[in-house]
Design a protein around this ligand. Sequence first.
Ligand SMILES: [Zn+2]
Ligand SMILES: [Zn+2]
Length: 110
Amino acid sequence: MADANESARATGIPHWQADCARCSRELSDRLVADGTITWAESLAQPMWVCPLCGNKRCAKASFHGHECDRGDAEVARQQAQAEQDRAEIERRGITRRQLIDERLAAFMAE
Ligand SMILES: [Zn+2]
Ligand SMILES: [Zn+2]
């Protein structure tokens, strides 16, 4: 990840290293502390959604240690989807955020 710092500057947050809002903030705090990004850049936080239910209001979106607070059937379906997503992210060497952005773009184009 030679371009990690460059990407961090471009986006404010190197989101491949975080999986929830809390991790993202902690990560950006560390990057501000070591001078990788500026404090202003650290404010540009991505919108995190729960990897299981996809809901930004889910408890798991704010912190990965929380339980997903959606129904079991939905959780099971989303869990399978999250597995697929993880495989796709690994296979294509992209970030979760890139995958989400692609889907959003496809959705908007419909
Ligand atoms: Zn996390
Ligand atoms: Zn959830």
